[in-house]
Ligand binder design. Structure first.
Ligand code: MD3
Ligand code: FE
Length: 203
């Protein structure tokens, strides 16, 4: 069973391992249509993680702010459809964490090369925060940082490895979280890269 990280936060170690190749094939297919790109923050800095996405909408950031968009600004076209292996995994693991009927409309795909990181932030651009976020780690291990509901304090650290899945809902949904700079290494499945899939209900 899962490890409990909070009242409504669960870690399913290696849950996605049997599906890893399907997920990596899905990432390949999505990024062939909507390529990975390093987006700009509203403050004008380039994020070190590269992103793409699939589903009805995906998350974007530029000088205009953070938001969900039905169109990929890089291609001017809709985002690729979410592969059924993606949505099936998200639905299954969410139901094991007590969220029956999770039907994500977005999967954001983050790609971390060694040195890339993600600063502490909250995920709060979604309309209905009662749905959880499901996150799948693939490839190189990384240290996940998670704090409280307010900025400040020193975050807890958790090593995430290939195939690990997290579910964050309820009172844990608005926790600050991030990724420490990814150390170099080699993963048999991905090489020198970490991928993260985050499934959300945005609209
Ligand atoms: C806790 N991604 O895309 S996943 C993100 O590994 C993001 O790429 C990180 O944070 C990554 O927004 C962390 C784990 C995660 C994702 C969403 C959460 C933890 C969360 C939402 C609420 C609380
Ligand atoms: Fe996040």
């Amino acid at each position: 069973g899962p490890e409990r990280l909070g009242p409504c936060a669960f870690l399913f170690r290696e849950y996605a391992l049997p599906l890893a190749q399907d997920l990596l094939d899905g990432i390949e297919g999505v990024s062939a249509v909507s390529p990975f790109r390093q987006m700009q923050t509203p403050g004008g800095r380039r994020m070190s993680a590269a992103m793409t996405g699939c589903g009805d909408v995906s998350w974007i950031t530029d000088r205009g702010g953070y938001r969900y968009s039905a169109v990929d600004p890089e291609t001017g076209r809709p985002w690729p459809a979410m592969p059924p292996s993606f949505s099936g995994l998200a639905r299954d693991v969410a139901s094991r964490a007590g969220f029956e009927g999770f039907d994500p409309d977005v999967c954001l795909i983050n790609r971390y090369r060694p040195g890339a990181r993600m600063g502490l932030h909250q995920d709060k651009d979604e309309q209905d925060l009662h749905w959880p976020v499901v996150s799948v780690s693939l490839g190189l291990p990384a240290v996940f940082l998670w704090g409280g509901l307010k900025r400040g304090g020193s975050p807890a650290r958790l090593r995430l490895e290939h195939g690990d899945v997290l579910v964050w809902g309820g009172e844990d949904r608005l926790r600050y979280h991030g990724i420490a700079p990814v150390p170099d290494g080699r993963c048999g499945a991905t090489g020198h890269v970490r991928f993260n899939l985050t499934f959300r209900r945005a609209r």
